[in-house]
Design a binder for this molecule. Structure first.
Ligand code: FAD
Length: 149
């Protein structure tokens, strides 16, 4: 999204316009809130739009990047990006060692998974035993109703 604004002259730098980047364009390394999807997310488009609506950067596991459901620069983990978000929300991802290596510096982790034995729950501060797509739908509904705004 581009938001034009009046020109400002600050001396050596002239600002012609301000450009606001959508959350899906923010580099994962700079994001404070990240929504991350794994193979347990069935509707990747709904996942990305929910992340955008809630101002979270969208990333995910290698499985989703290998499938072409997320661009490679959105892969988090040992062979992807290392991130240091204040809040990392893991939807339907198992928490494989190679993925966890990429989120070591995240302050808070919330995990949503249908398998109570998923390793991601060992790394999470809050664990939700639930269907990832249903939680995403509930978040969208909350956002539509103005919850959290
Ligand atoms: C050398 C090497 C480098 C690697 N580098 C990376 C890397 O950088 N990043 C990375 O991510 N991986 C990397 N991997 C791959 C890694 O080992 C895992 O295979 C991968 O992280 C698993 O992705 P996943 O969690 O999406 O899938 P899975 O392991 O298949 O997990 C899917 C999870 O979804 C849950 N689930 C299923 N349905 C639902 C539902 N409806 N709701 C909620 N939960 C559900 C399941 O219980 C399961 O826990 C690497 C592997 C190797 C060998």
């Amino acid at each position: 999204m581009v938001a034009p604004s009046k020109s400002q002259d600050t001396g050596s730098i002239r600002i012609e316009r301000e450009v606001q980047l959508g959350p899906d364009k923010i580099a994962l390394e700079e994001a404070r809130v990240i929504f991350s999807a794994g193979a347990g997310v069935a509707n990747i488009d709904a996942f990305i739009s929910t992340a955008n609506d809630l101002n979270a950067a969208a990333g995910g596991t290698r499985v989703l990047c290998d499938r072409g459901e997320l661009p490679r620069d959105r892969q988090i983990g040992a062979s992807g990006r290392a991130v240091s978000a204040d809040l990392y929300v893991a939807f339907g991802l198992s928490g494989a060692t190679q993925h966890l290596q990429g989120i070591e510096k995240c302050a808070r982790v919330v995990a949503i998974n249908i398998d109570a034995a998923a390793p991601i729950f060992q790394r999470s501060d809050v664990g939700i035993l639930a269907d990832a797509d249903k939680v995403l739908a509930a978040l969208r509904e909350g956002a539509d109703n103005g919850v959290g705004s």
